[in-house]
Design a protein around this ligand. Sequence first.
Ligand code: ADP
Length: 245
Amino acid sequence: MSDSSGAMIEAIGLSKDYGLFAATQNISFTVPRGQVAAFLGPNGAGKSTTMKLLTGFLAPTTGVARIGGFDVSTDRLKAAEILGYLPENGPLYLEMTPSEILKFLGSARGMSGNHLRERLDFVAGKCSLEGVWGKPIGKLSKGYRQRVGMAQALLHDPQVLILDEPTSGLDPNQTHDVRELILSLAKTKTILLSTHILQEVSAVCSRVILINEGRLVLDGTVEDMQQGGHGMEARFRELTGAGKK
Ligand code: ADP
């Protein structure tokens, strides 16, 4: 059932084993409606794995993921209707143009006619894709590919966005543009975004979820992450053990 007030993203005891390796272990958190939460952790901590579990792209070994109250395993289509996902590696169809891939994905989501045209215009403008609308994705820069990924995540106007490193590999101007885009989306949507850039967290997010070696190590406010007055970087190192090595 959709939850009209409370949790829009729920991880309930999510564990994922790859063979004998436990990539995530018993991860639980919720993101309430309207919140923008940062999902942090060192490389290999299990962020992308958790995001794939939350979006239903991977099945958990144990645990449950819900989007808007819908279990992503048993109510996959209902969850997908309200979820936009930017995966870690961006759009895969390198020979297609943004126009072709977005029309294709829109049709696959049951959109057509004026509604689809309006949404295509909207995402093309919002993600500044007009200049590359007819160019093969394989010929686009990393920054533009990332924008195509964002456009695909936004196409059906979902209430919830799960964004796996939306600013990775972008230059400072592109990073600024994507941050502004996320801030404009934050007014109406619930967002979980992973990032390596700690300055980004206070610029965009009010909440921090930090994992290390597959386990949750902090779930709190941006202020909690700055505890002790040493700044976010020191706290990150303290909680993820990097400072001890
Ligand atoms: P992060 O996004 O935090 O960098 P990932 O979720 O990508 O971390 O990876 C978590 C751990 O799981 C890493 O040690 C990674 O090597 C491993 N891993 C990820 N995907 C697979 C897979 N398909 N098979 C085996 N190990 C994997």
